[in-house]
Every structure is written in structure tokens, then in C-alpha cells.
Ligand binder design. Structure first.
Ligand SMILES: NC(=O)C1=CN([C@@H]2O[C@H](COP(=O)(O)OP(=O)(O)OC[C@H]3O[C@@H](n4cnc5c(N)ncnc54)[C@H](O)[C@@H]3O)[C@@H](O)[C@H]2O)C=CC1
Ligand SMILES: O=C([O-])CC(=O)C(=O)O
Length: 332
């Protein structure tokens, strides 16, 4: 593949599905400019789209060219997953139907399940040995579980689904509540499904001088304000914007892959949905959001956090929803 960068590192091959969609458009220019894998890391960008959107993808490729980005080694456009995923190292699976007003994300299951089954199978056949897969298309957790099931030769640890947007939403709400900068917030965890049942846990949070325990003593704020604001933020954005979150979703995707590939800083943690090894009472095999850190290779679940009764009930409810989604897929 021709390369047009002057960097010493070999380019990383990144395939973005749904590249001409709204999240794709918001993500591609930042990925191409080094915001995801580092400013010293060139990338080969592969844009995968449905045939009807190939024209739009061509236009985006022209715009990428016009940025004259030094990190951008090449841009290619595909409508064939096998060609787009051949040798892929970072697969961003964004391409899927978004929900509209009045729908829950799980309503997309039947529309999107087949896409993730097919893409999982093809990834298993042609992706690079070090591939890492980030599912954004909804319902993201279960789509990731479907893709993983269809790629038995890819280690389970290489599959993930995005809950970083929820994590970032929780940080923003906490910073506002505690009147501290977002950089003063640590110890947030999103547990469970990327859905209205997700549980944003603040019991291990530091918010400047305040602890999450102290913030949680105002149960009315926690139960009636904080948790629903975070968990239903996607619906609030659809109601306000008439379309689902795009720039913030692209930003969350970039944060997620950056932490996974380059490592999480310090002794803090972030949230990502990964295949459960059977910890924290989450059955093995479910793609569930956990507190995680990365050494730049694999996500590692932060173990040993105390889970109180308040948290346990909410984690269990979200896990039950994940189990129901998998059962619905099995029935399809
Ligand atoms: N996990 C998360 O935090 C979030 C997930 N989402 C989800 O991300 C997905 C994409 O959202 P948007 O970009 O807003 O939607 P969009 O409708 O603007 O774009 C989706 C794009 O994917 C393409 N596409 C559909 N099926 C494809 C396939 N099989 N292969 C390749 N491309 C395909 C379409 O042609 C379209 O260009 C939706 O499922 C949405 O619900 C959205 C926000 C946050
Ligand atoms: O709510 C939606 O459908 C889009 C999404 O996943 C989010 O914004 O979290």
C-alpha cells in the first residue's frame, strides 16, 4: 500500500464502518489527525460504507485529502467488508441504524444483528493478529457479543463496546454538581448495558475535595437527577437535536481507543464494555461495562471495588437486560 508520511512508525490500519454517517464524519478527521493513536502515529484509513453511501464516502475522502494531514498515510473506500477488514488492526464498527424518537436501543437489535454477525465472521477470517474491535453501533453491547460469537479465532479480549460516552457524560454532570473542573473527577464507573438501565456508580468517586459517598448522601439528587440524566442523555439529545448524539459519540470512541491502545494514565480507571470473565456477579460471556484500565495492550478489569446494596441492585438490573437481549438474538 503506498504511504505518504514521513514518520518512522509503521502506519496502523484503521477501518471505520458507517464512515459517511454522522458519527463517522465527526470521527474521521480527528483519527486522521492523530487524536486517537498519537500524533507520531501514521494511519491507513479504510472507509466501509453501504453501496448507496459510496458517493458520500468519496466526498469525505476528498476532504481528508484537502486537510493535508501528515499522519494520514492513505485513504481507501470499500463496500466489501472482506476487503475493508483485510489486515485491519483497529476496527471501529459504527455503521448501523440509529434509533429515532420513541425507540429504545434494543429496538435496533433485529435490524443490526445480522450486520454484526457478518462483520464478526469476516473479521475472524481476515483481520490482523493484533486486531482490536470497538463496537459503537447500537445496541452496542449485544452487537459486540454477536460479533465475538462469530469470530471464534479472535481472542475475546479484543472485542469491546462503547460506554465511554456514558462515562464522559457522568464526569461532566459530577463536575457541574461539585463545582470542580472535569479534570478533578476520578473513580466513575459505568456498569452494565449502554442503555437506559446502565448504572453510573459514584460510590468510588473523587470530585476535588468531595467524595462520591458524600455526594450520594443526597439520595434525591442521585436517584432522581444524576442517574437518569446520565442514563437517558441519548434520548434527551434525540429529543433536542432530532438526531442521535454524533460528535460526543465520536469523541467517546476516540477516547476509548486511545486509552486502550496507548494505556490509561496513572492509577485511575475508565469504563468500557468488554466480555465478562465472570467477575462482579456478571455471567461469563456477556459484553458488560466495567471499570477498566489498559497497559496499552489489553483492557484489565479493576477488581476488588466494594459494591453496596444500592449499586448491586442496579448492576443486576442492567445485567438482566443484557441477558434478555442475548436471549432475543438467540430467538431471531
Ligand atoms: N455506543 C454509543 O455510545 C453510541 C452509539 N450510537 C450508534 O451508532 C450508530 C451510528 O450512528 P450515526 O452515525 O448517527 O448513524 P447514521 O445513520 O448517520 O450513519 C450510519 C452509517 O452507517 C452506514 N451503514 C449502515 N449499515 C452499514 C453496514 N452494514 N456496513 C457499513 N456501513 C453501514 C450507513 O450507510 C450510514 O452512512 C447507530 O447505531 C447509533 O445508534 C450513537 C451514539 C452513541
Ligand atoms: O441514544 C442513542 O440512540 C444514541 C446513543 O447511543 C447515545 O447517545 O448514547
Amino acid at each position: 500500500m503506498p504511504t505518504r508520511t514521513a514518520f518512522t512508525k509503521a502506519p496502523v490500519t484503521v477501518t471505520v464502518t458507517g464512515a459517511a454517517g454522522t458519527i463517522g464524519y465527526a470521527a474521521l478527521f480527528r483519527v486522521a489527525a492523530g487524536a486517537m493513536l498519537g500524533h507520531d502515529q501514521p494511519v491507513h484509513l479504510r472507509l466501509l460504507e453501504l453501496p448507496a453511501a459510496l458517493g458520500a464516502a468519496e466526498g469525505i475522502a476528498m476532504e481528508l485529502d484537502d486537510c493535508a494531514l501528515p499522519q494520514l498515510a492513505s485513504v481507501e473506500i470499500f463496500d466489501d467488508p472482506r476487503a475493508a477488514f483485510d489486515g485491519v488492526q483497529q476496527a471501529l464498527l459504527i455503521g448501523a441504524k440509529p434509533r429515532t424518537k420513541g425507540m429504545e436501543r434494543a429496538d435496533l437489535l433485529s435490524a443490526n444483528a445480522a450486520v454484526f454477525a457478518e462483520q464478526g465472521k469476516v473479521l475472524g477470517e481476515v483481520a490482523a493478529d493484533d486486531v482490536r474491535i470497538t463496537v459503537v453501533g447500537n445496541p452496542a453491547n449485544t452487537n459486540a457479543a454477536i460479533a465475538a460469537r462469530h469470530a471464534p479465532d479472535i481472542p475475546r479480549s479484543r472485542f469491546s463496546a462503547l460506554t465511554r460516552l456514558d462515562h464522559n457524560r457522568a464526569i461532566a454532570q459530577l463536575a457541574r454538581r461539585a463545582e470542580v473542573p472535569v479534570t478533578a473527577i476520578s473513580g466513575v464507573t459505568i456498569w452494565g448495558n449502554h442503555s437506559a438501565t446502565q448504572y453510573p456508580d459514584i460510590f468510588h468517586v473523587r470530585a476535588g475535595e468531595l467524595s462520591g459517598e458524600a455526594l450520594a448522601t443526597d439520595r434525591a439528587w442521585l436517584v432522581d437527577d444524576f442517574i437518569p440524566t446520565v442514563a437517558q442523555r441519548g434520548s434527551a439529545i434525540i429529543a433536542a437535536r432530532g438526531a442521535s448524539s454524533a460528535a460526543s459519540a465520536a469523541n467517546g470512541t476516540i477516547d476509548h481507543v486511545q486509552d486502550w491502545a496507548l494505556g490509561t494514565a496513572g492509577d485511575g480507571w475508565t469504563s468500557a464494555a468488554i466480555v465478562s470473565p465472570g467477575v462482579y456477579g456478571v455471567p461469563e460471556g456477556l459484553v458488560c461495562s466495567f471499570p477498566v484500565r489498559s497497559d496499552g495492550t489489553d483492557w484489565e478489569i479493576v477488581e476488588g471495588l466494594e459494591i453496596n446494596d444500592f449499586s448491586r441492585a442496579r448492576i443486576d438490573a442492567s445485567v438482566a437486560e443484557l441477558q434478555a437481549e442475548i436471549a432475543a438474538v438467540d430467538a431471531l
